[in-house]
Design a protein around this ligand. Structure first.
Ligand code: COA
Length: 174
């Protein structure tokens, strides 16, 4: 059972199939695609439906490997944040995106803190890590503000289409 996590500015709850329209409308942004490894642009309603189907199925497992929360402001899905490739009692990767009108209000820093706390507790994690592209200063700042430390630069780590990019790795351990 994935909980609902609340902050004063937003709510995090597990994604639902009925989020498809709101998800597609908010994630369809060249900047979001450019800054993430796996989000395409354009992002269609079909992409949203397919991703939600898989995500919801993943979360029904007894020991889920992936947990994804929708970020809700005024009831609309304006972002997403998740723990991926969860290795119980060890580690998981954190990933996130937020629709452009909501940037710069501290939403993602707070969301990372909430999901981090949930992950450490619920899955007994010792390590939560994140990758960012070297140019993504906003995301690097989010991670630092949430208490992550920069561990290094991974050369030619990500293939996007036919191009290969370096990535920075950040982690929070306990
Ligand atoms: C990165 C992203 C999640 C940040 O979300 P957010 O809610 O705006 O983040 P916050 O408001 O909590 O914090 C952003 C911080 O980055 C800073 N920042 C933003 N752009 C910056 C830039 N170009 N250079 C330096 N700092 C920058 C902000 O000033 C803020 O820091 P501050 O509080 O010290 O002023 C959002 O911009 C986004 O979804 N981007 C596209 C997708 C993406 O990059 N996902 C992450 C992939 S690793």
């Amino acid at each position: 059972m994935i909980p609902i996590l609340r902050s004063t500015k937003f709510v995090l709850r597990p994604f639902r199939q009925s989020d498809a329209r709101s998800l597609a409308a908010h994630i369809h942004d060249r900047e979001i695609a450019r800054n993430t490894a796996n989000i395409p642009y354009p992002y269609t309603l079909k992409d949203a439906r397919r991703w939600l189907e898989k995500t919801i199925k993943d979360m029904q497992e007894r020991r889920p490997k992936n947990v994804n929360f929708a970020i809700l402001v005024d009831r609309g899905v304006v972002g997403g944040i998740g723990l991926h490739n969860i290795k119980h009692a060890h580690k998981a990767e954190i990933g996130y995106w937020l629709a452009r009108p909501y940037w710069g209000q501290g939403i993602m820093t707070q969301a990372v803190r909430l999901v981090m706390r949930y992950g450490f507790h619920r899955f007994k994690l010792k390590r939560i890590f994140a990758f960012t592209f070297p140019w993504n200063k906003g995301s690097q700042r989010v991670l630092l503000k949430a208490g992550f430390r920069r561990e290094g630069l991974l050369k030619k780590n990500v293939k996007k289409g036919n191009k290969i990019f370096d990535s920075l790795i950040y982690a929070k351990v306990r």
